[in-house]
Design a protein around this ligand. Structure first.
Ligand code: UDP
Length: 499
């Protein structure tokens, strides 16, 4: 299912509108959904804003040049109307936690523009057969209903996390727990795991977010179905349980990163790479298979200098004979102090370590045979990209769904080792002594993931098996491939019962 498939051969194509949430971890998989749907014969309209479109410009150009029927539409984002600085059109551009609320308000206002746009285009082109929208854009529910367009939610996190959140709410578990750091079991989970309240509290269930939360559940109720970036063979029991709980069709169509087959598409995912990909590849080519640890914490997590130093110490002191590493340090974490420390660190680790400042071509790196470990914050995209590549994880969750994803990776799938983080951190200001993982812990986990003896071998074997299943799910006749076809049929009105 890539750009070479049978697009344009259907005389009566489905028209599907995609509305991603404006954060890298949400935009990237939705671009993959666009590519997959268009490759399978649907007409796709992808709605975003100018700043976000500019970021994914290389991939837009590539999709347009391959004549896939995806129309990228840019509508102005009402930042100023919601009291945001101009150009603040993505969560990673929010400079302080106080601006998250205005950002969500701006999104609702953006909904009015989307409605006007869809009303106008529905009269001029093939009317939209359905809207697939990110669950964070729950304002789409009301817009779609007012226009009479069926709507399907795209859940970005793992099914395991969505199911946990659902069960915690159903049993009102958090309401009865006082201690934020007491371990408890999530009830009714097919594969039981233990978590802490502080790790699973959702921002929208906190005081002050009642309106957003109400709209979220209302839209979940009115949606025709749910699309997820996962695959049946990975989360079978969770998916079955969630289907029963929610009483709707749930279609896993991932791992979406596998929609990018060639190196260029992988290298362009999300944003332009901050490093020359040719240089990066020759560096990786010079390393032995499974000898490189890739260290990156997604697009939103921040690492203050105190944390960077511990990560650096752990990587530097890890004593596997052939261990190398690639470490991504985000633009937002850079400062003079960081740069001073980092340049000395680079000197000391020359040859075995590479630091990428800014944006790394992650899917490309994970897919290289030299990469044997991934220290990750357990964002679901990163987690699933590691699974699709058969790479063992060192898990270091920060916030949101990440602690629950860690449990899935470490306790259920058994393809990762926990660094031992307990306390959530989001913005740098949240960094406390308790949240600081020490360099010594980092070293131990790196060594365990990269070597780890017989246990380590078993872990790697399991990871490789999941990668095989992931590829199969996306191939013609595979579970995710078939689900994608069902969605297209639904959008054409041929599958109203959502088989
Ligand atoms: N990503 C990337 N290069 C980077 C950082 C992130 O390509 O330097 C991609 C990564 O491959 C993934 C997404 O950005 O697709 C991050 O999503 P995830 O759910 O892992 O975490 P979030 O950024 O939402 O916390």
């Amino acid at each position: 299912m890539d750009g070479s498939s049978n697009h344009n051969s259907d005389p009566n194509p489905a028209h599907i509108v995609l509305i991603p949430f404006m954060a890298q971890g949400h935009m990237i998989p939705m671009v993959d959904v666009a590519r997959l749907l268009a490759s399978s014969g649907a007409l796709v309209t992808f709605i975003t804003t100018p700043v976000n479109a500019a970021r994914i410009r290389p991939i837009i150009d590539r999709i347009e040049n391959s004549h896939l029927p995806v129309r990228f539409v840019q509508l102005p984002f009402p930042s100023a109307d919601a009291g945001l600085p101009a150009g603040c059109e993505n969560v990673d551009l929010i400079s302080s936690p106080d601006l998250f609320k205005p950002f969500m308000e701006a999104l609702s206002l953006f909904g009015e523009q989307v409605k006007l746009y869809l009303t106008a285009t529905n009269q001029t082109v093939v009317p939209a057969g359905c809207i697939i929208f990110d669950s964070m854009n729950s304002w789409v529910g009301a817009v779609a209903e007012s226009l009479g367009i069926p709507h399907i939610i795209f859940y970005g996190p793992s099914c395991f996390y969505i199911l946990c959140s659902h069960l915690l709410k159903k049993h009102q578990v958090l309401e009865s727990i006082d201690d934020d750091y007491e371990l408890f079991k999530v009830p009714e989970l097919p594969e039981p795991v233990e978590v802490m309240k502080a790790q699973v509290m959702r921002w929208m269930d906190r005081p002050g977010w009642e309106k957003v939360s109400k709209e979220f559940y209302k839209t979940e109720k009115s949606a025709c179905g749910i699309v997820m970036n996962t695959f049946e063979e990975l989360e079978k029991s969770g998916l079955d349980k969630f289907r029963k709980e929610i009483g709707k069709k749930v279609w896993p169509i991932g791992p979406l990163s596998l929609a990018n087959k060639d190196l260029d598409s992988k290298a362009m995912r999300g944003k332009a790479s901050s490093i020359d990909t040719g240089l990066l590849l020759s560096w990786l080519d010079s390393k032995a298979p499974n000898s490189v640890m890739f260290v990156s914490f997604g697009s939103l997590s921040r690492n203050p200098i105190s944390l960077l130093v511990q990560i650096g110490q752990g990587l530097e002191s890890a004593s596997s004979s052939q261990l190398s590493f690639i470490w991504v340090v985000k633009e937002a974490d850079k400062s003079e102090e960081v740069e001073n420390w980092l340049s000395k660190f680079e000197e000391r680790t020359k040859g075995r370590g590479m630091v990428i400042r800014g944006w790394a071509p992650q899917a490309m790196i994970l897919g290289h045979m030299a990469v044997g470990g991934f220290m990750t914050h357990c964002g679901w995209n990163s987690t699933l990209e590691a699974i699709a590549a058969g790479v063992v994880m060192a898990t270091w969750p920060r916030f949101g769904d990440q602690f629950v994803n860690e449990r899935l990776v470490v306790d259920v799938l058994r393809i990762g080792v926990a660094v031992g983080a307990k306390v959530p951190i989001f913005f740098v200001d949240d960094m406390s002594e308790e949240a600081l993982v020490k360099g010594e812990e980092v070293r131990k986990v790196v060594e365990k993931v990269m070597t780890g003896g017989e246990e380590g071998e078993e872990r790697r074997k399991r990871a490789k098996e999941f990668a095989k299943k992931a590829r199969k799910a996306m191939e013609e006749g595979g579970s995710s491939f078939e689900n994608l076809k069902r969605i297209i049929q639904f959008a054409k009105g041929e599958n109203k019962h959502l088989e």
